[in-house]
Design a protein around this ligand. Structure first.
Ligand code: PLP
Length: 413
């Protein structure tokens, strides 16, 4: 479900024509639909209404303060992977007690910050990290709330760069090692064991890997129980996929039904860290056509949006629907949609049939809300795009387009 629809041949975000935003704010511009973003959050939350649960939105997916403020307003939590994300989440009003902190490389400074803030849990990903968290907590006279991120060695059937629960992965600890870490933590006065955690990958399009994961977690939880270790929450991470092209991922309701079924009998609170399923189809990237360049081998639509704005096609070979903002009658032509960046890997789409768009016309790159702006960079000294949030019939700029001065901030001659 999303709120990007044609009205009178003009693509709108909710009640606002994208061409109006493009003219007034300039391009490239990320446009988010508030209704879609909040609707997805609410749908995910509602799906788990039958059981005690907490939805912790994955901040790295789309991190703008205005989006995080929506998360906070709904009373939801956040999954963070850096001190920078902690800063953002707190600034946006997310309660510290609803923040879980994942990642294999938390620095001592970041651990201190998170302990001082009073987060819900550190998702600890190695023995050395447990030692660091423990030492820092002791120094601060605090008890650190810890869950171990278990690597269940389950194949999520997704792109290798976003598969995180295979035994070759840098993430989490194998089940047997996790058991040992729980025993160590149990005897550590600076550690409070609060839960068990996992996150097996992203853009999953079936429930089977989640169900397999739950079975492996339950086996470990049973062993822990025998060892006198109780956990108060089970965090299943994020990973639910979305439709970019023709994928048919389970809906949050179907996902919830499977997971709740697989966990029947467990008393712990369930935690989820959804990202893509919330933000992915809640945002588009609007770009302007600069040139229609026809070479002997290919036809290129050169746009002012590039791989530095949206790296997913270049990085993962991923598909994003691309549609004209003003819909015409003409038959599609097959083009490569590319940007100005000096890399042959700079493309938004290859060999894609798209209805002709005149020079100066706008294209909407769909499903760009997740891992879009948040992965953007200044490569080729390109200022990062503006971000706009549409709410009904109005819109506001939630991140100003970067300026030339922003490009050189902090540099010296
Ligand atoms: C990236 C990430 C998520 C979000 O994954 P999605 O596939 O976008 O839902 C959740 N948890 C952790 C630990 C992550 O790194």
């Amino acid at each position: 479900m999303d709120h990007f629809i044609y009205r009178d041949s003009e693509l709108h975000a909710e009640g606002v024509p994208l061409s109006r935003i493009a003219r007034e704010v300039g391009t490239p511009v990320y446009v988010y639909s508030s209704g879609t973003f909040e609707g997805h959050l609410a749908a995910f939350d509602r799906a788990f209404a039958p059981v005690p649960h907490l939805v912790c939105y994955s901040v790295k997916v789309a991190s703008n303060l205005a989006l995080l403020a929506k998360v906070a307003k709904l009373g939801l939590g956040a999954d963070i992977v850096s001190g920078g994300e902690l800063f953002r989440a707190l600034r946006a009003g997310v309660q510290a007690g609803k923040i879980v902190y994942s990642g294999v490389g938390k620095t001592p400074a970041e651990i201190k910050e998170a302990l001082a803030a009073g987060i819900l849990a550190f998702n600890v990903e190695s023995g050395p990290e447990l030692a660091a968290v423990s030492q820092i907590a002791r120094d601060m006279g605090k008890k650190a709330p810890v869950a171990f991120r278990v690597n269940p060695d389950v194949d999520p059937g997704t792109h290798p760069y976003v598969a995180t629960g295979l035994k070759e992965s840098k993430f989490g600890v194998p089940v047997d090692e996790a058991f040992g870490l729980y025993l160590r933590a149990k005897d550590d006065p600076a550690i409070e064991i609060v839960g068990i955690d996992c996150h097996i990958g992203s853009q999953l399009t079936s429930v089977a890997p989640f169900v397999d994961t739950v079975a492996r977690l339950r086996a470990l939880i049973a062993r822990l129980r025998e060892a006198g270790i109780a956990i108060s929450h089970i965090d299943l991470g994020g990973g639910l996929g979305i439709t970019y092209l023709d994928e048919t991922p389970p809906s949050p309701a179907e996902y919830a039904q499977s997971v709740i079924g697989a966990l029947a009998g467990e008393k712990a609170t369930l935690i989820f860290e959804p990202g893509r399923v919330v933000a992915g189809n809640a945002g588009v990237l609007v770009v302007q056509v600069l040139y229609d360049k026809i070479t002997p081998g290919k036809r290129f639509l050169v746009t002012d949006g590039a791989m530095n704005d949206l790296i997913r096609p270049s990085l993962y070979g991923s598909h994003h629907g691309i549609v004209p903002v003003a819909r015409g009658q003409a038959a599609p032509v097959t083009v490569n949609v590319v940007g100005p960046v000096c890399e042959s890997g700079d493309f938004l789409a290859k060999d894609r049939p798209i209805p002709p768009v005149p020079q100066g016309g706008y294209l909407a790159v769909k499903s760009a809300g997740a891992y879009g702006f948040s992965m953007s960079s200044n490569y080729n000294s390109r200022p990062r795009a503006a971000e706009v949030l549409v709410e009904g019939d109005s819109y506001r700029v939630i991140r100003a387009r970067e300026t030339r001065e922003d490009l050189i901030r902090g540099e010296t001659l």
